[in-house]
Design a protein around this ligand. Structure first.
Ligand SMILES: Nc1ncnc2c1ncn2[C@@H]1O[C@H](COP(=O)(O)OP(=O)(O)OP(=O)(O)O)[C@@H](O)[C@H]1O
Ligand SMILES: [Mg+2]
Length: 319
């Protein structure tokens, strides 16, 4: 598959250093040590994780947000740079901690987490380069429920200007906190596609099921509302109706970052000129690749192998 048409993708929002260990069956008593198979550190979060996946799928990516002036911040810059993500737009905040999560991954892939939000909570319009947004082919907003400083009429106006110029704007959420998610509804009139998970979609809309939530999100302005349902796939709502896109069955190691990868596959599908349902299938394939390894960057290597997985699933009537 050829690379997407030239022009950068900009990711804005949440950057997290993930520390993952697997398999974890229990937290030991007292000072006991349990040996595990694998421990990894990754660049994650709904802006950083999606940025890495977008690069793997062939896009040029520049990311914007805030991290601390600490070792975890150094780590995020180094690892994002190594993956090929442009990090000049990351603001280093003296005296603040870089956001981080500790994720003990259960044998079945389940992932409880311990999280410090840190510098993400202070991301503001001043951290965004308006020219980069206006030049971008796509802008992905990652975690607008926790980046309160971006709830700014100036930022909304910038997104509207970019969209008027042909930029596609997508949005994902981070938390499961109803108050924060309700606050992020202010973005809906200013984005083209919103991609929450089910819990987030229900909290944002106050509805009782995925289809009602997808329709309610669509009614706020976006052209597409894609509600992800974990191993049950996703519901894709557009003006043409609501359809179910299945998850692609794979041997699951860890589902951390599947939502981020779904966003990346979806965006790259759109950049290749695909319609929303087809781009959603690209998203499901990217997410399935990520589910096969430990960490949000694992398992996803390039677009060809991602589309090959989609092709195999379709041939078996499973994708
Ligand atoms: N066990 C799985 N097997 C295959 N695909 C999966 C699995 N879990 C998730 N996916 C794929 O990933 C997509 C997104 O998953 P999910 O709904 O868990 O996102 P999320 O909760 O936003 O995750 P995160 O924000 O941690 O990245 C699903 O729509 C599905 O296509
Ligand atoms: Mg998510």
């Amino acid at each position: 598959m050829s690379p997407p048409p030239a022009g950068p993708v900009v990711t804005i929002g949440v950057h997290i250093a993930d520390i993952l260990a697997r398999p974890i069956e229990y937290i030991p008593e007292g000072q006991d040590t349990v040996l595990v198979e694998q421990i990894r550190l990754t660049a994650a979060g709904s802006a950083a994780g999606t940025a890495v996946d977008l690069v793997r799928l062939g896009a040029e990516v520049h990311t914007y947000g805030a991290i601390g002036d600490d070792e975890l911040g150094d780590f995020l810059v180094a690892v994002l740079t190594r993956h090929g993500v442009g990090t000049a737009g990351l603001s280093r905040r003296t005296g603040e901690q870089t956001a981080a999560s500790i994720l003990p991954i259960r044998p079945d892939g389940g992932r409880p987490s311990f999280h410090v939000p840190g510098a993400n909570l202070g991301v503001a319009f001043a951290d965004v380069d308006p020219e980069a947004v206006l030049r971008a082919r796509a802008v992905h907003l990652g975690g607008m429920d926790v980046t309160f400083g971006l709830h700014d009429p100036e930022f909304f106006a910038l997104l509207d200007r970019a969209r008027a110029g042909g930029t596609v704007v997508t949005m994902d959420l981070l938390s499961n906190m109803p108050d924060l998610l309700a606050g992020a509804k202010a973005f809906l009139p200013h984005v083209d596609h919103v991609l929450p998970n089910l819990e987030q979609a229900l909290a944002m809309t106050g509805t009782g099921d995925a289809e009602a939530a997808a329709r309610a999100l669509l009614a706020e302005g976006p052209a597409g509302a894609l509600v992800t349902l974990g191993a049950d796939g996703s519901l894709v709502a557009t003006a043409d109706g609501v359809l179910r896109v299945p998850a692609i069955p794979v041997p699951v190691t860890d589902t951390t970052g599947c939502g981020d990868a779904y966003c990346a596959g979806f965006i790259v599908g759109l950049l290749h000129g695909k319609d929303v349902p087809t781009a959603a299938r690209w998203g499901a394939a990217a997410a399935a690749k990520v589910a096969t390894g430990l960490g949000s960057d694992a398992g996803i290597t390039d677009l060809d192998s991602t589309l090959a997985l989609l092709g195999e699933a379709a041939a078996q009537g499973r994708g």
